[in-house]
Unconditional design. Structure first.
Length: 286
């Protein structure tokens, strides 16, 4: 109902205005299905830090265990893999259904926890418990990983790239590559160099395809296979160590191979454009 102010003779509807504000505010804060999956991503990342601390670091500091505890290390990495699954599906669900206005921010913050903090902390703890590692140098490598993910996520928010590609290694892929390098138990110097190289790939301009369609199915199948390898290794199943080393090696090979294919494709595209340009100029000459 419209009320007339006796002084200004202007109409106003105070009750309607208040009701509209009360009805509109919750809509912007309501979580969608995709947002719920994103929060699952963040939860898995936090629990990965928890298991790395309670299962690896604390026993080492108390003298109860030496080196990387299998069960806890496997659990932490499996949780990062679960975070990657949540990250894969929240994007798919957001495209099929709707996402809330804060969906993009939630995704970036969750990725920072699961694929920035968790793997960086994993590297830091590795530097503290591994026999041939150097704690302070490992801390520098962990900081490099964390800052690379921060920069990559910030760039993703403000840089537009062509559809269907990422610029730089996606943070979930980078996080899994980092923990694969650590679990492969290479010499400390080689491990640190490989970790720093992975961090560089995350902030590079190398193009990576987005996991859609068949590629998304392949990524999910690879994640499930990796979980099985980690479980076999954690429970000391026959051939579990070989399975783990094979899975880690394949992850590292993929991380190194994709940039080579991307670079070769870019070079071929550049050469093709130059050849077409020369042919067009030659056709214009009488």
């Amino acid at each position: 109902m419209t009320v007339i102010d006796p002084d200004t003779k202007a109409g106003w509807v105070p009750e309607a205005d208040e009701v509209d504000e009360e009805e509109e505010m919750p809509l912007s804060l309501r979580l969608s299905i995709a947002d719920t999956l994103t929060l699952g991503n963040a939860t898995c990342g936090f629990m990965a830090v928890y298991f790395t601390t309670t299962g690896i670091l604390i026993p080492h500091l108390s003298g109860d265990d030496l080196g990387m505890a299998r069960n806890s290390a496997a659990t932490a990495v499996i949780l990062m893999l679960c975070a990657a699954v949540f990250d894969l599906f929240d994007g798919l669900v957001a495209r099929k259904l709707r996402s809330s206005p804060m969906g993009a921010e939630l995704d970036n913050l969750s990725d920072l926890i699961s694929f920035g903090l968790a793997p960086a902390y994993f590297v830091l703890v590795y530097g503290m418990v591994a026999r041939d590692a150097h704690e302070r140098v490992a801390a520098v490598g962990a900081i490099v990983v964390l800052l690379a993910v921060v920069l990559r996520l910030a760039r993703f928010s403000c840089v537009t790239v062509k559809d269907g590609t990422f610029q730089g290694m996606p943070s979930p892929f980078g996080a899994l590559t980092v923990v694969s390098i650590v679990l492969l138990e290479l010499p400390f110097e080689a491990t640190l160099l490989a970790v720093v190289g992975t961090a560089w790939l995350m902030v590079s301009r190398v193009e990576y395809p987005k996991p859609r369609g068949i590629l998304a199915v392949a990524v999910l199948a690879w994640i499930v296979s990796a979980m099985g390898m980690l479980a076999a290794w954690a429970f000391d199943a026959p051939g579990g160590q070989v399975l783990l080393q094979t899975g880690c090696a394949l992850q590292i090979v993929m991380a190194a191979t994709i940039p080579l294919f991307a670079t070769a494709r870019r070079v071929n595209t550049f050469r093709g454009n130059r050849r077409e340009s020369r042919e067009a100029r030659a056709a214009q000459v009488p």
